[in-house]
Write a protein that binds this ligand. Structure first.
Ligand SMILES: [Fe+2]
Ligand SMILES: [Fe+2]
Length: 343
């Protein structure tokens, strides 16, 4: 930002002082003025100045009070405030800093001091904003790459499962909804929703002949198929972030069962990470209610009955309760994704 565009608001109830500041700063900066604290607050919100020069002794609202109010509003609290005042005692100055001022200039003002302080604080403020923008941009960029990675791994796992369609995205939405209904914090539930589509990433390591076999797998083929949870874990644990650690856990444990009858480790009950227990429920429910090359979509009643019948053996009974408590939401998610699949 060039100096010309920097905006300065001068607040003083004395027209002579305003006039002086306009003269000193008017050539370099875009100036505005206010003659009371109240007027200053209105103008600040409208014009968003880059710096405020604030008198202390003013009728009604004094400079300290005005500064407190400015600092209490998160949209304008970062604008630097320099006090310009005849009150030069130490206690006045320290109160000025206490209420959020960045600097203190005493009247009668010295022109070079005012120019130097204004220039310094504008430069600092500008630098601070540039840093904040960079951080925001980097964060957005990182988030976008992370989402793409999830997308790619999710799709890669199901690349050869030609008939899964929108399964991974729909089951992820179910998983997020179950987590929220089960009392998960919103950020954690969102993380689960991002991690869930990668549950079958390991299928990338399973031979086509097994993945696409039209009939039932024999015992040996089944053993190979089961490896997809370890393979997926092995891939996803390469990225050491909370999201991918969760995804790796889910990949490893999404075929464990509440009664210990699942794989790969035969974990029981809450030995299985809750994230994986949620994904197991969301995954099976979606698999039952969608059409696959080897089976028709089960009617909803039959799928829900299956979930109930296998509660306590396959599924965590407490999670199933949460699942049934949000039936309507589950149906809405299903309808939304079904419409997407058709369009
Ligand atoms: Fe799986
Ligand atoms: Fe799945």
């Amino acid at each position: 930002m060039s100096n010309q565009k920097w905006r300065i608001l001068v607040v003083d109830d004395e027209p002579n002082n305003l006039h002086l500041m306009m003269q000193v700063l008017g050539d370099k900066y875009q100036m505005a003025y206010a003659t009371s604290g109240k007027e200053a607050l209105d103008i600040v919100v409208k014009m968003k100045p880059d710096l405020i020069l604030l008198d202390i002794m003013m009728p009604e609202m004094d400079g300290y009070e005005t500064c407190r109010k400015l600092k209490a509003d998160p949209y304008i609290s970062k604008i630097p405030v320099i006090f310009v005042t005849a009150m030069g005692k130490e206690e006045h100055e320290s109160l000025g800093f206490e209420v959020g001022g960045v600097d203190y200039v005493t009247k009668p003002v010295s022109v070079p001091v005012v120019l130097a302080r204004v220039a310094t604080h504008l430069a600092l403020y500008n630098q601070q904003r540039a840093c904040e923008i960079t951080v925001l941009e980097r964060t957005a960029e990182l988030e976008a790459s992370q989402h793409s990675a999830i997308h790619m791994l999710g799709e890669a796992g199901h690349y050869n499962d030609t008939d899964t369609g929108v399964h991974i995205w729909r089951m992820a939405a179910f998983a997020g909804a179950i987590a929220r209904a089960h009392g998960w914090r919103a950020e954690q539930a969102e993380m689960l929703e991002l991690a869930a589509p990668m549950h079958d990433t390991g299928k990338i390591g399973i031979p086509d002949a097994i993945l696409k076999k039209p009939g039932k797998l024999d015992a040996e083929e089944w053993q190979i198929m089961k490896n997809h949870s370890r393979i997926g874990h092995g891939i996803l644990c390469k990225c050491d972030t909370p999201l991918f650690r969760m995804a790796a856990d889910i990949a490893l444990y999404h075929h464990e069962k509440w009664d210990g009858g699942g794989y790969p480790e035969g974990l029981k009950g809450d030995q299985i990470p809750e994230s994986a227990r949620i994904v197991a429920l969301a995954d099976v429910f979606d698999a039952l209610t969608m059409k696959r090359s080897y089976k028709d979509a089960w009617p909803l009643d039959k799928a829900l009955k299956e979930i109930r019948d296998t509660t306590g053996s396959h599924f965590d009974p407490f999670l199933v309760e949460s699942f049934f408590s949000i039936q309507n939401e589950i149906m809405e998610i299903k309808d939304t994704w079904n419409r997407k699949e058709l369009s």
